[in-house]
Ligand binder design. Sequence first.
Ligand code: CU
Length: 159
Amino acid sequence: MSGRTRRAGLLAACSLVLAAGTLTGCGSDDSASSSADPELEVTGAYMPAPSMDTMAAGFFTVTNSGGADTLTSVTSDLSDDVTMHATVDGAMREEKSFAVPARGTLDLASGGSHLMFEKLTHKPGQGEKVSVELHFAKSGTVRISMPVKPATYNPKTGR
Ligand code: CU
């Protein structure tokens, strides 16, 4: 469980907001400012076939037609250690969460934000489907099936 680290991240974010001089957005899940329920759809999930059983990446798109939500953690049978990474100036950085904007998208794509699966239970082969649970702050758990694609697979999203 990563509840403790998640809370720490939330507190850190709140401190930043307070330092900036506003009081909005801290621990007010059911306040009027965020009343619209998120409506999430997850598409385009895939995992490039990893060459080793130590590490694999995962990608998908969340399309939200409702209010804002947050991806707070990810779990999978494939790994007890799934983290969220952003890519900043070509370097990976672990994130505590990913924001899903209201009426917007959260895009994980090659060269950008991604999931990182470490210490894999086995090396997944091409054609396999990896079961992944996405845990959102408001929408709860969304279970997806992430197909394993060739290592070089790199879809054009059209964005
Ligand atoms: Cu990474």
